[in-house]
Design a protein around this ligand. Structure first.
Ligand code: FCB
Length: 442
């Protein structure tokens, strides 16, 4: 029940940051004490969330936060990544809601008192519903409203935050939410996905100088997710398919931030699918970052197909997690090295990595050897990327505890802590004990 790394590994330096991560909608509950968000609406729409569940109670973290801080502290981690619920801290008229702000102030103060560095994400998918009613991320105005929210909340939180990320995974918000509709708000049109992405990246760029001004001592940046694309065979056609998929799903969200442009395959979009871009948008998006957060879970394999640029291949015999995601840690190393080669990266933090597994709580124990195996391989993959020259300063396990897994509801468990939703009892899984042992061994 131990993770092992070479004794000289940077991951074993005390200066390397180990943390656990969560997000507001997935754990807080207490939906009655905030404004409705797009995920409330999505959950209330029949057939959208697999178990018909919602975020009304979730892990009841809004009420149990003090015991949760004790739990986080008991793991010995250096840092805790959380997100702020926009609809909890802002009224409809754009003024701060003191009750919501005080919740986060209490939480941040408790973390700091325990010496746990707060890594705060300002947007982890819970857009206020009243903004969606006004077009959501399809409306350019939302980017400016995000900047206002970022301005007000960062002033209110003062110097309590170690690191701010503007957005978590713009890919998911725009592609899953507006292009294919499997996440909130559930719209499905190619042009919508591309326009939402553009407005989210713009919102990020508008907020960055605000963060640097209001919170000059924190590490300010963004969290992007990557699902590396591999060709099924060595053929030129499959290689082209994988390259186009990589541009569409991955590079689309990072290239504007570092190179001030979309990937070349932007030219393949029809005129009506192209987002509306204003002069100067790319300059705004290229605001310098103090760090880049990278989330990694799996890869995808592609092949060439008639009539479309790429086709996804299901690797039938490959090992997979409970999400059906292939376990392929080499892609993690390859990804980090390739990002380092392609872009002038600031220090990188792995802001999410982990696995859903079919956990069983037996006599007070979750012996999740499958998840331990996943973490062992992926920690090693991060170590290998560092050995190949990538500047990586931290690693966060997704997740601190089992929680509301979006369209999968409560059916998938990603925690290193088990949650019994009937009693809200938390039990540290064996993967969590191993994480604690690794961190404590430094
Ligand atoms: C990521 C999300 C996070 C969690 C994991 C499994 O895409 O950022 O909230 O759901 O996937």
């Amino acid at each position: 029940m131990k993770y092992s790394l070479p004794s000289t590994s940077k991951l074993l330096d005390k200066a390397f940051t180990f943390g656990v991560a969560t997000a507001s909608f997935q754990i807080e509950g207490a939906s009655e004490s905030r404004l409705p968000c797009i995920w409330d609406t999505f959950c209330a729409t029949a057939g959208k969330v697999r178990d018909g569940s919602n975020g009304d109670v979730a892990c009841n973290h809004y009420n149990l936060w003090q015991q949760d801080v004790e739990l986080i502290s008991s793991l010995g981690v250096d840092a805790y990544r959380l997100s702020i619920s926009w609809p909890r801290v802002m009224h409809k008229d754009g003024s701060l809601n003191p009750q919501g702000v005080n919740f986060y102030i209490g939480l941040l103060d408790a973390l700091n008192a325990k010496g746990i560095k707060p890594f705060v994400t300002l947007y982890h998918w819970d857009l206020p519903q009243h903004l969606e009613d006004n077009g959501g991320w399809l409306n350019r105005e939302t980017a400016y409203l995000f900047r206002d929210y970022a301005d007000k909340i960062t002033q209110a939180l003062g110097d309590r935050v170690y690191s701010y990320a503007t957005f978590n995974e713009p890919f998911c918000s725009s592609y899953l939410g507006y292009e294919v509709g499997i996440h909130a708000p559930g719209l499905a049109k190619k042009s919508y996905g591309r326009q939402a992405a553009h407005h989210i990246l713009l919102a990020h760029g508008l907020a960055m100088p605000v963060l640097q001004k209001n919170s000059p001592h924190s590490l300010n940046g963004i969290v992007l997710n990557f699902t590396p694309a591999y060709p099924l065979t060595d053929s030129e056609a499959d290689n082209t398919a994988a390259k186009l998929a990589d541009e569409y799903f991955n590079q689309w969200y990072i290239k504007p931030l570092f190179d001030g442009a979309y990937p070349d395959s932007f030219a393949l979009l029809s005129d009506e699918d192209k987002p509306i871009i204003h002069d100067g948008d790319f300059d705004i998006m290229q605001a310098p970052l103090d760090f880049l957060g990278v989330n990694f879970y799996t890869r995808t394999v592609y092949q060439a197909a008639a009539g479309k640029p790429f086709a996804e291949v299901d690797m039938l015999d490959a090992p997979k997690t409970d999400m059906g995601w292939e376990i392929y840690p080499q892609a993690f190393t390859d990804l980090l090295v390739s990002l380092h080669e392609k872009y002038a990266l600031p220090p990188v933090y792995i802001t999410e990595n982990g696995a859903a597994m079919p956990d069983k709580l037996l006599n007070g124990v979750v012996n999740d050897q499958d998840r331990i195996g996943y973490y062992q391989m992926h920690l090693t993959a991060v170590h290998n990327a560092i050995e190949q020259g990538v500047n990586i300063d931290g690693y966060f396990a997704w997740s601190l505890m089992d929680n509301f897994e979006w369209a999968e509801g409560y059916l998938k468990r990603f925690g290193i802590v088990y949650v019994d939703y009937a009693t809200q009892q938390r039990t540290i899984k064996n993967s969590g004990i191993a994480f604690k042992t690794l961190i404590g061994s430094r």
